[in-house]
Write a protein that binds this ligand. Structure first.
Ligand SMILES: *Cc1c(COP(=O)(O)O)cnc(C)c1O
Length: 359
């Protein structure tokens, strides 16, 4: 056998691997997964029924144009088809956006800590990550981000609400920021948790996009709509950007099951948003409970809470796991805990109460 191996791009060296949330331990008495911001509710019967029917055609390729889903989205958001693109989850679209805008020598700017896919997709394209620390209150520091723009900046991610802190940026500060961004730099508003937001000062990215050709909005069916397993998300952007997304898409990437489920979910939106409402109530209960036990919790508008535990992060995650809930530790920084089933949230609150007393 030859000693040499295929030449791979040097940029791939040292790419951080995406760490999926740990699955709930099998075999334990109770095991709840609060580590991936998933929706704890099972698929709606109406959605499941359409997906089951669609499965009869698995020998066929999906509709490459995602026509039915595009029609539905176009009507719902009041945007032309030419401003829409679907993808294999919004992570897939984020990767396409970086690929379409940024290469070696270019810079991709985002807050840190934020969504862990951003450094990965940036490095895959050979571009350089410029990470701007969150404020001490764990919010995007938009002034510092604007200051960090250079003539190499090609794309800026703004994750609103931010994963993993749940914090938001509001209309006035976001508009002020957008006014400072040069028109040839793409701003991606990642609104994966938009449906969980209850702060009326948080702008709808779709409204901001209308007046701004350099703004792209990312949405997903993975969180509020409960379809994480099917991999479908979409982008709303002006034509050159949306067209670039169609060019960079893997052909037939979005499966027919995913397209069908997404359409069925939009049609069952009232029911799904009712579930989101219940999760928001649970969020309030969890945050109030934590604060009542003495914890400092940043205001969250997403389906998770952030505990800045620093050096005690791993110990806390272990304590949760011992009691049957799996959370998401970022060692040395903090723990992100998804709002899940009531029983799971109760366990988490109990562990947090005991842990806070111990210190
Ligand atoms: C979960 C999440 C997404 C959505 O990912 P999908 O690929 O659509 O499942 C996108 N952005 C952020 C910040 C997320 O947390």
């Amino acid at each position: 056998m030859s000693e040499t191996s295929p030449k791979l791009r040097a940029e791939l060296e040292g790419i951080p691997t995406y760490k999926p949330g740990k699955p709930a331990a099998a075999g334990g008495p109770v095991a709840y997964k609060l580590s991936s911001n998933e929706n704890p509710y099972p698929p709606l019967p109406s959605v499941l029924e359409r997906v089951t029917t669609a499965a009869c055609d698995l020998n066929r390729y999906p509709d490459m144009a995602c026509a039915e889903l595009m029609d539905e989205l176009s009507e719902r958001f009041g945007v032309p088809h030419s401003h829409l693109a679907t993808g294999t989850g919004s992570v897939g679209i984020a990767q396409q956006l970086v690929q379409a805008t940024s290469g070696p020598g270019d810079e991709v700017l985002y807050a840190w800590r934020s969504f862990e896919a951003y450094p990965i997709v940036t490095q895959i394209s050979g571009a350089r990550s410029v990470q701007v620390p969150l404020t001490p209150g764990d919010v995007h520091d938009l002034d510092a981000m604007a200051d960090a723009i250079t003539d190499r900046t090609r794309l800026i991610f703004v994750c609103n609400p931010n994963n993993p802190t749940g914090t938001v940026v509001r209309r006035a500060e976001l508009e002020r920021f957008l006014d400072r961004v040069p028109g040839d730099v793409l701003v991606v508003l990642d609104e994966a948790y938009r449906e969980f937001n209850r702060d009326t000062e948080v702008p709808d990215g779709v409204e901001l996009y209308r007046e701004r050709p350099n703004v792209c909005v990312l949405r997903t069916f993975s969180k509020a709509y409960g379809l994480a397993g099917l991999r479908v998300g979409f982008a709303i952007a002006h034509e050159p950007v949306a067209a670039a997304l169609r060019k960079t898409a893997v052909p037939f990437g979005v499966s027919q099951l995913a397209q069908t489920a997404a359409v069925a979910s939009l049609r069952a939106e009232d029911e799904l948003l009712g579930r989101v409402g219940s999760l928001v109530c649970e969020r309030t209960r969890v945050v109030d409970g934590l604060r009542g036990h003495g914890w400092t919790v940043p205001e969250t508008q997403a389906n998770f809470v952030w505990l800045r535990l620093g050096e005690r992060t791993v110990a806390f995650a272990q304590a949760c796991e011992e009691h049957g809930v799996v959370v998401r530790p970022f060692p040395g920084e903090g723990v992100r805990v998804t709002i899940g089933e009531t029983e799971a949230n109760d366990i988490f609150l109990k562990v947090a109460e005991a842990f806070h007393k111990e210190r």
